[in-house]
Write a protein that binds this ligand. Structure first.
Ligand SMILES: Nc1ncnc2c1ncn2[C@@H]1O[C@H](COP(=O)(O)OP(=O)(O)OP(=O)(O)O)[C@@H](O)[C@H]1O
Ligand SMILES: [Mg+2]
Length: 259
């Protein structure tokens, strides 16, 4: 736990009689990518929704920088530095890159609500913050709808960091993209990692992507941690078996052989 930005201890989340998380513990460190892996229904989204204040835990405890936290809403989690980039990215396709970057947090001069928006300054910040993590949008007044999927991910990530995220949670950021754009997003993740001060939780179904960028791995199956470790701890074979919920290749073959 020492040095962990996030420490999750024995987290349980029940939906009525159903147990979605059954005693999950994990640590996330600054400057590291922590891959969260597991099959459909394993509890990955439930875990990050609990971490980002959407759900309240049934029991267990979350610590941020060593202090116990109790998030009652996503706003609470955000204020504590938990930045979550959901799959839909919460972007408005018709609005400009800059307006999306600031969305609701615009810089104005003069008293609200009559203040004048500082468009030039906002354009500069949006542009520069995205350059830092790898994309150079020449015209930030263009609509987000004209950007590629990878660029949109980068915008959502740059925005979360600029507004104070210490922990960046990425829920399947590469799943809806083509090969080239997937690589763009992985590069963005690497650049954020290289800053050294941000902890990244990377949810993916893609074994190769996790191996390309992650330092640490946690495998969930039916709400429980079935394996975890650093890259060095885990052999390639292990990762594959754990991705399949702990099933051995031979078991899977046998399952298919009965048909
Ligand atoms: N709000 C809810 N109410 C009841 N059950 C839920 C709720 N949210 C999730 N579950 C159940 O909890 C289990 C874990 O779901 P979760 O969405 O966390 O899985 P996941 O690992 O994110 O899967 P996927 O890879 O498909 O996104 C599933 O069985 C799901 O049906
Ligand atoms: Mg999910």
């Amino acid at each position: 736990m020492a040095g962990a930005l996030i420490h999750i201890e024995n987290l349980v989340k029940k939906f009525g009689p159903f147990t979605a998380l059954n005693g999950v513990s994990l640590d996330v460190y600054p400057g590291e990518v922590h891959a969260l892996l597991g099959d459909n229904g394993a509890g990955k989204s439930t875990l990050i929704k609990t971490l980002s204040g959407v759900h309240q835990p049934t029991s267990g405890q979350i610590y941020v920088e060593g202090k116990p936290v109790h998030f009652r809403s996503p706003r609470d989690a955000s204020a504590a530095g938990i930045g979550t980039v959901y799959q839909d990215l919460a972007l408005n396709q018709l609005m400009s890159v800059t307006r999306n970057f600031f969305m609701g947090r615009e810089m104005t001069t003069g008293p609200r609500p009559f203040g004048v928006m500082q468009m030039r300054e906002m354009d500069r910040i949006a542009h520069d913050e995205m350059v830092k993590i790898g994309i150079d949008i020449s015209d930030v007044s263009q609509a987000v709808g004209t950007m590629s999927g990878g660029q949109r991910q980068t915008l959502a990530i740059a925005r979360a960091i600029y507004f104070g995220a210490k922990v960046l949670i990425l829920d399947e950021p590469t799943s809806a993209l083509g090969q080239k754009q997937q690589m763009e997003v992985l590069k963005t993740i690497k650049r954020v990692r290289a800053r050294g001060d941000i902890a990244i939780i990377f949810i993916t179904h893609n074994e190769i992507h996790s191996k390309l960028v992650a330092d640490r791995f946690t495998f969930l199956s039916l709400g429980e941690v079935i394996g975890s470790g650093t890259k060095a701890d885990l052999e390639g074979e292990d990762i594959r078996r754990l991705m399949a919920g702990g099933a051995e290749m031979a078991d899977l073959e046998q399952e298919l052989a009965t048909i």
